[in-house]
Design a protein around this ligand. Sequence first.
Ligand SMILES: [Zn+2]
Length: 312
Amino acid sequence: MRYGFGVDIFGPNIKFGFFDEEGNLIDKWKIAAPINTESNKIIPAVAKEVESYLKKKGINEEDVIGIGVGIPGPVDRTGVVQKCVNLGWGVFNIEHALSGLAAMKVKAGNISTLSALGESWKGSGSVNTVFMAMNTGLGGGIICDGRLVRGNNGGAGEIGHIVVNKAEKEPCACGKFGCAEQYCSPAGIVRVARRMLTNTGAPSVLRYKKFFDYKDVLKAAEENDELSINVMNRVYEYAGQALAAVCCVVNPDTVVLGGEFCKIGQPAMEGVARSFKKYVFQANENVRFTFAALDTDACIYGAFKLVLDNYG
Ligand SMILES: [Zn+2]
């Protein structure tokens, strides 16, 4: 039996998964990322952790296929990180850097797209999957015929930056106006709610709160606060609109909703699917909607699958 690692470098922590070649997760653990010291210490920390794990378990390096790595930013197919603001990284080849230190084959990709690959392989997805997850932002990933769609420079699958509202006057974090992420994210939900409170006289429990977060909006919607229901419907409308655009292009059989969508549950599923049906081309009307199954492990599964596909 051969083995491999899936690693998720998501900021304060680095998560490791150790898999057999069939994709069974044998072990998983986290270490604190040396992020506030010097960002280039992260790669040596990953190499050291892999080495000490193999030593501890008495596993021969020849039996290891390699290390798959997910990072919160785009990586092209040659391993070049374009820029990773969250980790304070500029442009460099992460695959060469880690491969040199760990003396092992390395493949790297974006966390969201690798999560899509993980869900497609071992979660709720299928070989033709569109994945959309609401976390801090709105991430996505596309799997076509079992392969991860990476694009020219690793920027494929950025569903959150599909423009869904041309009338938007405030810029998205990316600099454009009206991206889905401006509404379908925790900060976006609060913003939509604040606007509705300002622009309408509709009664709402939110009016009596000086500060509220998106969980307050969700809770109010669950308790039949009409304005909050309208806010969430607006959010689902835009999410469905973005998904419909993607599905018209890639024609998946499954859409997997992850992150906060899973926590919201059925109202999110129904709301997004309802909007999706309104906008999508008829060939995609019967796409199956489902929730992600691997939760926060999706990325380590996808990272290992990436290295397995390339070197297994
Ligand atoms: Zn944007």
